[in-house]
Design a protein around this ligand. Structure first.
Ligand code: GPU
Length: 868
């Protein structure tokens, strides 16, 4: 504590944010000299990126400190978002956009008042950088993505922390600081090759290492119960066997147009400083040191699976390490206020992003019972009022379950607690539904298999939470009628709710699509971009949907973005330009970028492309002119991108097929560049920022009932792209919001999926003619002349293995809908542009700000802490 008489001196030297270009320049240069120990003579783009980031970070840290003080003083309910993945992407441009504040009472930092009219903090820095000899765009390119996530689930967490800060919620994210994020994808000879993601190679200016915050975490060992304590529900001692330290790294999360800067705390594993002297004395110094170094492996790498549970011990270790460290932190902060334990759920809400943090439920129960000596039932009441759980999938292979043996070995005390939680739960079920043994075994946290018993993490998460939510309406209905049906019976339907996903318009509109953002703010007369906080303002655009002058401007923006993507593709294609720039306005950019998964059906897309190609060739063979072909199959570029899990054979084969088709189609002179195919390697957040604004059409074509929500569908719509999609996930609500005239829906509905699958298994279903031709071409080696059988497994899955994802059932309707897309795009541009404008006008619902407000009101009961 600083003595009162010293405080005056502190205040005299109070740190200040930069507010003007000149102040920024001064900061920048001092960081070049002092932080980087460089100078005018050796400051390259990378150094400029680092000095800029350090300068911006200085501003953020001032607000970060004030925010934390304010939130502590106000003592409102705090929200903790636990996620094993935060797919943040780059931070600098986002910080520049969010930096401007509205409050003129802030004596420092760029505000609407200190900036020239219509200017932004980003513009100010751009100009300053130019004066310093740099181009902002080139400097921004230096930043590696923070790629601590696989796909939608991780990106959702990133959008959420942005909206939490923007909405001034006292909220922290908790995650892991992986040394390697999701692997970098290289495409070699058409195959995916994984290489490590060295994102921390150069120092990371966006993290603040809190070396003073180190939490000891135990694994293994055994449980000791004092003689006086007879049962497992009474306080017990867990004598841990292995100990590592969790060290905190904080990332400041700035809100948009608010001085609120929240915290994302990521843990990394370090060896303890306790030394094993017995080993040392045995002369086993080297071994002892090596064992300690292994601690670091816990946070070495992100598991690269999406929608799939692999069940590896190290993954379970990661989960406990992270849950235990985060809870320790949360409990420590709560205890400072000396409030009674019963008020814990009034002070704290913890949201579980999928089942990955389910052990936090067990850990809090352990802390309360074993360490704080609370009565079991009082403790459990606190636990269940604190947690809420978000489910992101209904697919069996993605639902986490851990072998009892493995869990009990790693966490012996936790397994006891899980058994007790289950025992009390089953007792309550038995009371409500006497003698229903089937029900008891169906809802038990323990799955009794013939071989091994498993802990079902989703069931544990439901039992330990007061709310369970799905991520889109259809999905939230589906979890109630399928995987969690029995729990609806046990708890009633009110425990289950829906919060439809959202995305942050700051990154996905303003940052990714500056031209569109500019056109919007100019058109709706909103020079300070307030629409980014209140997306209902976008409905103003509807007035101009058929305005020809406006349509032209709208289209010009799209063409600009398409050129930007074409440049990227050229660069990724070793400088070879496959897109004819003279015809770019009449070339439909058809994009599917997301993780490669059979359920997402990239195979349906590429089969559609092959069909188109075969039809074009057929026309030519039967004597049609190229103009006639172009009339029927107008210009199109089919763009794919996405990573496959390294061990996912079928997904990798799909990638190879796309690349093989590209090779043939792109080099077929006969079709005169009317069709092009490209696979964008290493799809990530920063590439998505270029790709998304450039789409005319994007594909969201999962088998109905399999995609919980999807979020890239929202991003594409927000950028004026139209969608071809199935009646699945958030596509349903997108249709409702933007109107069914403005989306191209096709395919079977989720209620028919079961029957269709049954038919494939037990009926002789025939394949559509067009699909047969496609499969025959693939089988003949048309795209793999050296190895005709290469794609056999893909064909077999449809022809002989029950076509689980119903590619054949949706094929004809997919192709017909693609024909309709061509019709509108090429024959009725005005209609197309109208659809595009109306889509953006009505996309407001899908802002993650709305989504966070719903969580706050219906699940957390938390309120914003507004800055004065
Ligand atoms: N999702 Br489960 C992932 O990205 N990874 C996962 O392991 C699981 C779900 C996705 C869903 O597939 C997607 O539909 C949803 O939009 C997203 O989570 C966010 O809720």
């Amino acid at each position: 504590k600083i003595p009162v008489q010293s405080r005056e001196l502190w205040n005299k030297h109070k740190v200040r944010k930069f507010g003007t270009a000149e102040e920024f320049e001064e900061k920048f240069i001092s960081h070049v000299e002092w932080t980087l120990a460089r100078s005018l003579y050796n400051c390259d783009d990378l150094a400029a990126y680092q000095a800029t980031s350090q300068s911006v970070r200085d501003n953020l840290v001032i607000d970060w400190n004030k925010t934390q003080q304010r939130q502590t003083a106000r003592d409102g309910k705090k929200v903790y978002y636990l996620s094993l993945e935060f797919l943040m992407g780059r931070a600098l441009d986002n910080a520049l956009i969010n930096m401007r504040t509205d409050t003129s009472s802030q004596d420092v930092g760029p505000t609407d008042e200190t900036l020239t009219k219509g200017n932004t903090a980003r513009e100010m820095i751009r100009n300053a950088m130019k004066d310093l000899g740099f181009k902002l765009e080139d400097v921004l390119e230096q930043e590696p993505d923070a790629a601590l996530g696989n796909g939608g689930l991780g990106r959702l967490a990133a959008c959420f922390v942005d909206s939490l800060a923007t909405g001034n919620y006292p909220a922290w994210g908790y995650g892991l600081r992986y040394q390697y994020g999701i692997f970098a994808q290289k495409i070699i000879d058409g195959y995916q090759v994984e290489t490590p993601d060295y994102w921390l190679n150069f120092s990371n200016p966006w993290e603040i290492e809190r070396s003073e915050i180190q939490v000891p975490i135990n694994f293994y060992g055994y449980v000791h119960r004092p003689e006086s304590e007879k049962t497992t529900t009474s306080p017990s001692d867990w004598i841990g066997g292995e100990r590592v330290l969790a060290m905190a790294h904080d990332m400041p999360i700035p809100g948009f147009k608010t001085p609120t800067v929240n915290n994302l705390r990521l843990w990394s594993a370090k060896p303890t400083t306790e030394f094993d002297f017995s080993k040392f004395n045995n002369g086993d110094y080297k071994n002892s040191v090596e064992q300690q170094q292994r601690a670091e492996s816990i946070t070495a790498v992100l598991y690269p699976n999406d929608n799939f549970d692999q069940g590896k011990e190290l993954r379970l270790k990661q989960q406990y390490f992270w849950c235990a460290a985060s809870l320790h932190d949360i409990v420590r902060r709560f205890k400072k206020n000396k409030r009674p334990w019963s008020e814990f759920p009034d002070a704290i809400a913890i949201q579980l992003n999928d089942t990955h943090p389910t052990l936090a439920i067990v850990e809090l129960q352990r802390v309360l019972v074993d360490l704080e000596k609370l009565d079991w039932h009082k403790a459990w009441d606190i636990v269940t009022k604190t947690f809420a759980y978000t489910n992101h999938t209904v697919m069996q292979e993605a639902l986490e379950k851990w072998p009892v043996g493995l869990l009990g070995h790693l966490l012996p005390r936790h397994l006891e607690i899980i058994y007790d939680i289950n025992w009390f739960f089953l007792q309550s079920v038995e009371k409500k539904f006497p003698h229903d043994m089937d029900l008891l075994s169906r809802v038990s946290v323990i799955e009794e298999g013939s071989q091994e018993r498993y802990v079902r993490m989703a069931f544990l998460a439901i039992i330990g939470s007061h709310k369970v939510n799905g991520v889109a309406e259809l999905h939230s209905d589906l979890i109630k009628s399928t995987i969690f049906q029995d729990f609806v019976k046990v708890y009633g339907a009110n425990k289950f709710t829906n919060v439809t996903n959202g995305i942050t318009p700051r990154r996905w509109l303003k940052q990714a699509n500056p031209k569109l953002a500019e056109l919007i703010s100019e058109t709706i007369n909103d020079p300070n971009d307030d629409y980014l906080l209140d997306m209902s303002k976008l409905t103003e655009l509807a007035k101009y949907a058929e305005d020809e002058a406006f349509q032209k401007k709208w289209n010009d923006v799209k063409q600009f973005n398409k050129s930007r993507l074409a440049d990227l593709i050229k660069r990724l294609n070793n400088g070879v330009d496959i897109i004819d720039r003279d015809h770019i306005r009449n070339t439909l950019f058809d994009i599917q970028v997301k993780r490669i998964h059979e359920y997402k059906r990239q195979q349906l897309n590429i089969f559609g492309v092959i069909n188109r190609y075969l039809c074009m060739k057929e026309m030519l063979q039967s004597g049609s002119s190229i103009d006639e072909v172009a009339e029927r199959y107008p210009r199109k570029v089919s763009i794919f991108g996405g990573k496959s899990a390294p061990g996912y054979y079928m997904a990798k084969l799909i990638i190879k097929l796309v690349n093989s088709v590209a090779e043939v189609v792109n080099n077929d002179a006969e079709i005169c560049d009317l069709l092009k195919v490209f696979f964008i390697p290493d799809y990530n957040v920063s590439k998505a920022e270029i790709i998304t604004p450039a789409s005319d059409l994007s594909e969201h074509i999962s088998t109905a009932g399999t995609e919980a929500s999807g979020t890239s569908n929202m991003k594409f719509v927000m950028n004026g792209g139209l969608i071809i999609g199935t009646v699945d996930g958030a596509n349903v609500e997108i249709t409702r919001e933007i109107g069914e005239d403005n989306i191209f829906l096709f395919g079977n509905l989720s209620e028919n999926v079961e029957e269709l699958r049954y038919n494939h298994q037990f009926q002789n279903t025939s394949l559509p003619e067009a699909l047969v031709k496609v499969l025959n071409a693939v089988e003949s080696g048309a795209f793999s002349p050296q190895n005709a059988s290469e794609f056999r497994p893909l064909i077999d899955s449809i022809k002989h293995q029950g076509d689980y994802y119903l590619v054949s059932d949706d094929f004809d309707s997919y192709v017909a809908t693609q024909d309709l897309v061509d019709q509108v795009y090429h024959k009725d541009k005005k209609e197309w542009l109208k659809k595009s404008i109306l889509s953006v006008a009505n996309v407001g619902f899908f802002s993650s700000d709305r989504c966070i407000e719903e969580y706050a009101e219906t699940i957390w009961n938390a309120e914003p802490v507004k800055p004065e």
